[in-house]
Design a protein around this ligand. Structure first.
Ligand code: PLP
Length: 234
C-alpha cells in the first residue's frame, strides 16, 4: 500500500508523461502506440511499482538483476525489461523473467545467452546496447564495432536481436542529445538491411527523463523513464 498523497502524485506524474509522449509523437507524425513507456522502478519500492501497475502501466524496467528477481516475484504479471549490466553468473536466473533485455553490451554475453537458450530450449529477445555517446563511463558496443559483429549475430539460434539501445550523455539542453539518437537510428537501419531476417531489428530503446521527447521525435520505440515519474514520491 502507498499513501493517498503518493498515489495522487504518481497518477499526476504518469498522466503528465503520457501527455508529453502524445505531443512528441504528434510532432513527429507518429502514432502514440508506436512508443512503449517503460517505468524504471529501480529507485522505488515494490509497493510503488505495484501502484503503477494498478494504474495500467504494464511495462516496468530494472537495472539490477537481484532487484528484478524481487520485484518480478511480487509482480509476475508485469512485462519486465532488464536495462542494466548482466553478469553471466546471474543470467540463467534472470533471463526467463524478462520480456526484453536491453543491455547486451558485449560479445561474451551474447554467446552466454546463446548457450543458455540452447540449454533451456528457449529463444531470448534482446537489444544490443550501443555506446553512441562514446563516454568512457559507459558500456556497450562502439558504433564501428557493429559491422564486424554481423557474422557472429547471424550464428545465433537462441537469441533474437530486436534492435538497439543507448543512453545519451546528460545534457542541460536535451536538444544536444538529438545527434546521439539519430546515430542510433541510422545504425539500426543499416544493421537491419545487413543481418539475417531472423533478427527483427525494429526497436530503438532510447530516451530517459531528461530527453525522452527528443528520442520519440527521432524514432524511439521504447522510452525508459524513472526520475520524472517518481518526482515528489516520499
Ligand atoms: C535509471 C535508468 C533509466 C531511467 O533514467 P531517469 O533519468 O531516472 O529517467 C533509463 N535507462 C537506464 C539504462 C537506467 O539505468
Amino acid at each position: 500500500m502507498i499513501s493517498e498523497a503518493n498515489r495522487v502524485t504518481l497518477e499526476r506524474n504518469l498522466h503528465s508523461i503520457e501527455e508529453r509522449l502524445l505531443r512528441a509523437s504528434e510532432r513527429a507524425n507518429r502514432r502514440r502506440d508506436e512508443v512503449t513507456l517503460i517505468a524504471v522502478t529501480k529507485t522505488v519500492s515494490v509497493d510503488v511499482a505495484s501502484a503503477l501497475v494498478e494504474m495500467g502501466q504494464t511495462h516496468l524496467g530494472e537495472s539490477r538483476p537481484q532487484e528484478l528477481w524481487k520485484k518480478a516475484e511480487a509482480l509476475p504479471e508485469v512485462e519486465w525489461h532488464l536495462i542494466g549490466h548482466l553478469q553471466t553468473n546471474k543470467l540463467a536466473r534472470t533471463i526467463p523473467l524478462v520480456k526484453l533485455t536491453h543491455s547486451v553490451d558485449r560479445e561474451k554475453l551474447l554467446f552466454a545467452l546463446e548457450n543458455e537458450g540452447a540449454k533451456q530450449e528457449q529463444t531470448w529477445s534482446v537489444l544490443l546496447e550501443v555506446n553512441a555517446s562514446r563516454e568512457e563511463s559507459k558500456t556497450g558496443f562502439v558504433p564501428e564495432a557493429m559491422t564486424a559483429l554481423i557474422p557472429r549475430l547471424n550464428e545465433l539460434k537462441h537469441v533474437r536481436i530486436h534492435g538497439l539501445m543507448t543512453m545519451a550523455a546528460w545534457e542541460e539542453n536535451p536538444e544536444e542529445c538529438r545527434s546521439t539518437f539519430v546515430l542510433l537510428r541510422e545504425l539500426r537501419d543499416d544493421l537491419k538491411n545487413r543481418i539475417d531476417d531472423r533478427h527483427p531489428m525494429n526497436e530503438l530503446s532510447m530516451g530517459m527523463s531528461n530527453d525522452f521527447e527528443v528520442a520519440v521525435e527521432e524514432g524511439a520505440t521504447f522510452v525508459r523513464v524513472g526520475t520524472s515519474l517518481f518526482e515528489g514520491i516520499s
